[in-house]
Write a protein that binds this ligand. Structure first.
Ligand SMILES: *Cc1c(COP(=O)(O)O)cnc(C)c1O
Length: 375
């Protein structure tokens, strides 16, 4: 068993992917062509959003949204962005790369997502946006977010890197329900191991705001919307035709694959029976696409070694929170106890469209055995 068997995941679509690759190679057109346009339309239809800007990767999608808001004078360097302390480093890199200041908010220990109740106490005169991360594929959204954004005139930016296909129980700012369309703008990653994975790097910005689209498009293209005329000091971050062609193939199967992940999660739920293990909770099944299935225990490191000896691959998402990373020495002294204890207790179990019920039974029985053997 592999934690993420990308070869087997993509082998299921090998014929279609190879055909897409050959057609793209033969077309002689590799950037900003009809495959990008087709993928954009397909993605807008899937998500129910107005606009997409395909870009180089998920981190760039996040960076470009914030950079565009700076160009639009919605925010300026030094302003504060509320961000979950419990997230992948890229969420925070997008903020600091734009010389904005991350303000870390602790997660809800039940969902591991940003604790919406703790946002308001962190809002200051310099707060300009709330970044929500749908961590592990679980939608992070609540009416309260909308109210806070209205009350303090804040943008809501979604880091949807882990959650494409997830659905909110409550409507977003635009009256829509899918993650990636709930806030003012969203970034999605198509890194190969994500739920919708390209065969290389790719990402997308989605939004209903035409002005934002124009600025992000220009920024991602050297800062120019007309050839050789530069309005902004931009960068080069474009999704290529080949990745768009692959993603068009795989997007058709996303809902089916997410359904497989839900089924696997419910099997883990059933077969992991030892009371010492804290299993993820779900109140609203459609709200979760199970990018990761994450359990918790104080014995995490010992359990991980035990499983490794028995041939069960696991991972830790994430062993060091952003504020404890060496690159953020200015935040190392912050005390965020929930985030820090999660980083010592979480363990991600294999979950992907090529994991089977018998894999789940095997993993679960090793976990149950580990605890039964200990006194
Ligand atoms: C993967 C990921 C990103 C970055 O996406 P890339 O395409 O790898 O740049 C950002 N945020 C979160 C939460 C992620 O999981």
């Amino acid at each position: 068993m592999k934690f993420q068997d990308l070869q087997r995941i993509n082998a299921r679509y090998a014929d279609e992917l190879k055909k897409a690759a050959i057609e793209t190679i033969d077309s002689g057109w590799y950037l900003q062509g009809k495959r990008i346009a087709a993928f954009e339309e397909q993605l807008c239809n899937y998500l129910g959003c107005r606009y997409t800007v395909p870009v180089g990767n998920g981190l760039d999608a996040l960076r470009l949204i914030l950079k565009a808001y700076i160009e639009m004078k919605v925010m300026q360097p030094g302003d504060e962005i509320i961000v979950p302390a419990n997230t992948f480093i890229a969420t925070v890199l997008a903020i600091t790369d734009n010389r904005l200041t991350p303000v870390f908010v602790e997660p809800d220990p039940q969902t591991y997502n940003l604790d919406i109740e703790k946002i308001e106490e962190q809002i200051t005169l310099r707060t300009r946006a709330i970044m929500v991360v749908h961590l592990y594929g679980r939608c992070c959204w609540d009416r309260k977010l909308k109210e806070l954004a209205d009350k303090y005139n804040l943008k809501i930016v979604e880091d949807n890197a882990q959650a494409i296909g997830a659905v909110s129980q409550q409507e977003g700012l635009n009256g829509t329900y899918k993650t990636g369309t709930l806030g003012d703008a969203a970034a999605t990653s198509f890194y190969p191991a994500k739920n919708l994975g390209a065969l290389g790097d790719a990402g997308v910005v989605t939004t209903g705001d035409m002005n934002l689209v124009k600025v992000v498009q220009a920024l991602a293209n050297y800062g120019s919307s007309k050839k050789y005329v530069s309005i902004y000091q931009g960068l080069n971050s474009r999704m290529d035709e080949l990745q768009a062609a692959f993603l068009s193939v795989k997007l058709k199967y996303l809902d089916h694959e997410n359904q497989i992940r839900r089924q696997l999660a419910s099997w883990y739920d059933k077969y992991i029976t030892h009371p010492e293990i804290i299993k993820p909770q779900t109140q609203y099944p459609e709200g979760h696409v199970w990018h990761q299935y994450v359990i918790r225990t104080r014995q995490r490191d010992k359990l991980q070694s035990y499983l490794e000896v028995h041939g069960i691959p696991t991972m830790i998402h994430y062993p060091i929170p952003p504020h404890k990373q060496a690159c953020y020495s200015q935040y190392n002294n912050l005390h965020l106890p929930i985030t820090e204890s999660l980083s010592h207790e979480v363990l991600s179990l294999p979950i992907s469209p090529v994991i089977t019920q018998s894999d789940v039974i095997e993993v679960s029985s090793h976990i149950n055995n580990f605890f039964s053997q200990r006194v």
